[in-house]
Design a protein around this ligand. Sequence first.
Ligand SMILES: Cc1cc2nc3c(=O)[nH]c(=O)nc-3n(C[C@H](O)[C@H](O)[C@H](O)COP(=O)(O)OP(=O)(O)OC[C@H]3O[C@@H](n4cnc5c(N)ncnc54)[C@H](O)[C@@H]3O)c2cc1C
Length: 371
Amino acid sequence: MLIIGGGVAGLSAAAMLSPHVSVTVLEGEESIGYHSSGRSATMLHYALGNSLVRALTLTSRRFFDEPPEGFSDVPLGRQMPVFVHARVDELAALDELDRAIAAFAKVERVGEDEILQVCPVLKVGEGGAVSAIVDRNGLRLDPHALLQGYAKTLRTSGGQLVTSARAAQIKRSGGAWTVVSERGDSFSAPILVDAAGSWADKVAELAGVRPLGVEPKRRTIITFDAPEGSDLSSWPFAKTVGEELYFAPESGRLFASPMDEVASDPCDAQPDDYEVALAAHRVEERTTMKVRRIVHKWAGLRTFAPDRKPVAGFAPDADGFFWLAGQGGFGLQTSPMMGAAVASIIAGTPWPVEGVLPDELSPGRLLRQPA
Ligand SMILES: Cc1cc2nc3c(=O)[nH]c(=O)nc-3n(C[C@H](O)[C@H](O)[C@H](O)COP(=O)(O)OP(=O)(O)OC[C@H]3O[C@@H](n4cnc5c(N)ncnc54)[C@H](O)[C@@H]3O)c2cc1C
């Protein structure tokens, strides 16, 4: 089978499938993980997504804690507390999140004193945080180790990863899909997996398959110096309960995002000055820190299905065309189980996620309206 897309979606599926079927991954860029998969905040936590995403994340956690033998020489993640805080006017939202997360993570509810112990720079009291939930078992993922591990598994099983192979033409004939790359190389297989991230609909259109209406949304991250003398080793990933700000330690500095969701065409996303300034403004609004210098900035696309649930399943309108799309802001943390779900649907391996049904991931749910 052919997989278009060498991000975490395509590579996790390739790793899980390659022991069972012959797999070739085609990636348009020179290296894997160049787009969304290489630009994320790299967290595993339960404050994002919906119950489907949380269930996929919970089951994926085992893989990160105990990857298969030989998958990676380094750990796939390190523990980092996840801290979600609220002002008085946000308490109802915090209560709701607390209830939603309870089935998936052991969280503690803390008040102002403990807020300062966990995250000494947060503003507390009037106009600041008054309550927070803490998941001490959060995980900061290593996306490089994860992508390399998936790619290594693919190769070890005899699969192929071809970079600089952007699909330019896609045709179905004689029971097989044939993909011709921009360089003119041709690849054929009976099953084609569309794991092209923000380009998933574009790839479908090339293949003459009805698009799902996935929506790429840009998100921006800045890094800046922590206050002098700070010991960042125990600092958490701290986020507002609403979609306003998160920040966390990053290689001796801090990173922060204004949690922007700006509609975008699929592209090599670049940070926009407005969101960069907004990130700095929100850091200063919610914390006692000053952002004196932005050291680094980047942007990436988080691509959602219209119902914000991930998609894995055969297209109802095209033989052998398999959708693997809509990983939104949770594609790393759900990748082991999304990959395993693809292997189950295509190669008949056991269904991996208790409490989630294949139908919940099916693209058919998005195609019930007339085109
Ligand atoms: C700022 C930010 C923060 C995030 N934080 C988190 C987080 O904390 N935790 C988490 O789990 N997730 C997070 N995410 C989300 C996560 O990064 C994505 O869900 C995930 O990377 C999506 O993977 P993908 O493989 O679908 O997409 P991509 O990584 O974009 O891969 C798709 C690939 O398809 C290739 N492609 C496209 N068209 C073609 C073609 N025609 N031919 C060949 N190749 C093609 C592209 O070059 C690309 O490499 C974040 C994302 C962003 C941007």
